[in-house]
Structures are given as structure tokens and as C-alpha cells.
Design a protein around this ligand. Sequence first.
Ligand code: AHG
Ligand code: MN
Ligand code: MN
Ligand code: MN
Length: 336
Amino acid sequence: HSADAFRTDLMTITRFVLNEQSKHPESRGDFSILLSHIVLGCKFVCSAVNKAGLAKLIGLAGETNVQGEEQKKLDVLSNEVFVKALISSGRTCILVSEEDEDATFVEPSKRGKYSVVFDPLDGSSNIDCGVSIGTIFGIYALKDYNEPTIEDVLQPGKNMVAAGYCMYGSSCTLVLSTGSGVNGFTLDPSLGEFILTHPDIKIPKKGNIYSVNEGNAKNWDSPTATYVEKCKFPKDGSSPKSLRYIGSMVADVHRTLLYGGIFLYPADKKSPNGKLRVLYEVFPMSFLMEQAGGQAFTGKERALDLIPTKLHERSPIFLGSYDDVEEIKTLYAAQA
Ligand code: AHG
Ligand code: MN
Ligand code: MN
Ligand code: MN
């Protein structure tokens, strides 16, 4: 009976979010409408990524972004798709994208109460070789959105009302939290629907995988160097951890969320604030990790407590299984 019920009782992401909405009687469905437009963007990018090689969508767009990175064609395409989808939802007022130097202020007639920060295509260096990439987003609700200003998005990550990512890998998986746990949905291309496949994701309390770009080891500070050394040569007789590093944050975080372990993008002498961007990489992933029972630390503080002062500000980040991050916190506290 239960198998049949499962097959016919399709829990789509739309239905899931409407169920969530019913817990907030005062809500007018704005969030559900916003999310449906983000889902539309993800479906489009998934289809473009899957056809990239065929549709001449790989390679450079011939521009560079505010990060000083050469933009790939898919970076630019994905950004345009999300900006247009979010504006057309009529539920947003400020948009911040990795690919746009300045925030987009939605024209008054189309304005809504949410501001969305997003990385339209994460892991761009992996596009041309077909390795998993993704989209990352975070959502803030604005109390007063009549005269939105940049201050309205320079909020700590703990103020986000939702965060998520979509990974374009062997399957297209959307992982979302609206503040009460984390759920994963897999796109069924035959239906064009995201179906609930990973209900109530909880990250293992401790893992045996560490994920870092060892190529930066020469420039690490001592707490990071000590921690990584401990992963490789444990002193307590336990077996060394495995190293897994894909180079797309979405893929490395997704594996960490499901298998446990720790993901590190530390500061180093060359980049004292690390590489990952606070608003649309660090905050959404930290939000998800905490909602799944893990934690996220910057080397100085809880990642979600950070108050950004600039749109594209960077921060070191250590996130993943609760106990693994706790070890890194102890090492940084000892150094402080
Ligand atoms: P993006 O492609 O959106 O610019 O992000 C790339 C980021 C992130 O996806 C990944 O964790 C990190 O860059 C990898 O950096 P390194 O190549 O320096 O390890
Ligand atoms: Mn980039
Ligand atoms: Mn990114
Ligand atoms: Mn990106």
C-alpha cells in the first residue's frame, strides 16, 4: 500500500511550499510565488547546462565581472535568466548577483517585499569539463520596501527567511530551507517537476571527509594548517580522513551535507578574507548547515552573525558536521 501511495502521492516542491505556507495563515502566498520563479530559473539553467556543449554555450563570454573573473557564457546567461525571473515574480525589491557589480532595484510597479542574493552559476571553472555546478540563493524579507536602500541587503545571514541551492549534476537537485529544516528535491525531467527525494536532511554529527584546496597550503594560517595536518596524521590513533574537493562549492557542500565532514575555504596570506562571497555563497550555505544540525564558522565568529558592509565582501568559511567545525573553532580560539 505505502509504495503505491508514494508513487501516486507526488510531493512536488510547489505543494511542499504551499504546505509550509498553510502554517502561516497570515501569508498571502508571496513566498510561494517567489519560489516558483526561482524554480523556473533553475529548470532553465539545468536545461542549458545539460545542452551546454551542444549549444555552443561553453567558453568565455569575453567580459569580466566585478570579481575580476572572466565571465563564461553560462555565467551571463544564468544571471540574465534569474534577474528576469525574479523581477517578473513581482515579489522582489532588491537583487544582488555575483555577476552584477551593483544591486538591481526593482521598479516600483513590480516591487515586492523580498530581496534575493544569488550566485547564478557557482563553480564556473568546472563548466567546460562537465563537472557539477550550481546556483545558490538567499532570501531576506524587507519590513518596509517603499524606498529600498543597499542597507536593506547588508544584513547578517541569520536574518534570512530562506536559502537554498540547485546542483546541476548527474541529476538536478534543489536543496531548500525556509527556516524549519532542510529538504531536497530532484527534478523529474519527464514531469518538469521537482519531487521531494531527501526529506528533513540532517548532517552527520561527525564525518571522515575534509574538503579544501590543498594547493593553498603554503599560505594558510596556523590553526588551518594544524587542523588539516590532524586530518592527515591523526594523533589519537584514529584513521586519517579522506580528502574530497570538487572545486564547485555547491557540489562540495551537497556532499558534506549528505555524507558529513567539513568544507573549508580558509583565509590565506594572499587573500586574508578567503575567496567565498558572504552574501550569496557563505550565508546561504551556512544557513542550510545550521538548519541541518551542522555549523558554520568564519575563523572569528558564527558565519550567520557576520554583518556585511559591501555587496561582494568575502569571508573565510569552515562549515559542516557539528563536531568537526567545533575542532576548528577550538584551534582558532587558542590562537586568539
Ligand atoms: P564561482 O564559480 O561562482 O565564482 O564560485 C567558485 C568558487 C566555489 O564554487 C568554489 O568552492 C571555489 O570557487 C573554488 O575555489 P578554488 O578554485 O580557489 O579552490
Ligand atoms: Mn565567479
Ligand atoms: Mn560561486
Ligand atoms: Mn558564480
